[in-house]
Design a protein. Structure first.
Length: 80
């Protein structure tokens, strides 16, 4: 799965499943128009958010930040 295919206007919508066994892209949710992502970190004390930024920064080799959804499973990432 090529993540770049889902980036629109330097934004990427994701749905996060925290507390997983590893960091990986699970698939695409047509209904929500977002990538489904498993993250190993727990959703407490911002740990999952930090892990999401690291994961996508390494994957895309670009600067990534969370534009919205800091406390939600649905997030909008800004790719710079």
């Amino acid at each position: 799965m090529n993540v770049n295919d889902y980036i629109i206007n330097n934004k990427l919508k994701i749905t996060v499943k925290p507390n997983s066994s590893e960091n990986k892209i699970i698939g695409y949710d047509d209904a929500k128009k977002s990538l489904k992502v498993a993250i190993a970190a727990k959703p407490e004390e911002n740990k999952a958010n930090v892990e999401i930024v690291k994961f996508f920064s390494k994957l895309l080799k670009k600067r990534v930040r969370i534009k919205s959804g800091l406390t939600s499973k649905e997030k909008l990432l800004s790719i710079e």
